[in-house]
Design a protein around this ligand. Sequence first.
Ligand code: HEC
Length: 232
Amino acid sequence: MQDQPKFIPQRGTDFYTDGRSARPQVENTVARGQLHQDPYFYTGLGADGKEGSAMPFPVTMEVLERGQERFNIYCAPCHSRVGNGAGMIVQRGYRPAGNFHTPRLMAMPLGHFFNVMTNGYGAMPDYKAQVSPADRWAIVAYIKALQLSQNAKPADEAPGVQVESLSNIARQEGFDDPNFGNEWALPKTAVYGTPNEQDNGIPPALPPSANGKYPPAQPLPGAATAPAPTNK
Ligand code: HEC
């Protein structure tokens, strides 16, 4: 057994003419489960290479709940639970993340959000290794729900549904802060720069780093009084 003809990892061989014991994959081989027959499902891009505007599968309550759960794990640390881009990591000095409620991002097709998660965007790393394609689409659906909820008007309420204000809910839950549930003041200069930058979704660059490190997080205007966001 000790002495038998076999390939030992990382060692060459004279059996093949190229001298390699590890064989290259046969061209056009597709691993099991990786045929990816539906390119739109995996890229969010249509046949014309443009970001598409359709969901590749129907959106059910289950899909939205999955999207909410994955969003709160993978996106909220930077984008916040309401998607305004002022997540905890940004509040601690990370480059400002996109605000999903600017007119530009409100108008973006669904495929854009999928594409950003798949390939990253500017300072944002990609999440294709952490979040499966189906979950990325579930997050896309949830972002749309966030955009609707953050811009809802009384006319959007379903008939017969009574919507409680956040401050009422807070009071019922025993929070006695009269400011809870007020408009969440976005940290302005520290995070978004001018309103124009906010609309472009392009946050101003951070001040130059010293020794490769960004300066420590500055207390943000209004941070002490800004209530914690809630997704409920
Ligand atoms: C580590 C922080 C971080 C995380 C986590 C993160 N993002 Fe981002 N995101 C950013 C930053 C920073 C930007 C702005 C990039 C820039 O302008 O350079 C951004 C921008 C965006 C944009 C705006 C793109 C545009 O057109 O302006 C979208 C959409 C987005 N992120 C979606 C997501 C989603 C969905 C997730 C969760 C899967 C996520 N991000 C997770 C940091 C993050």
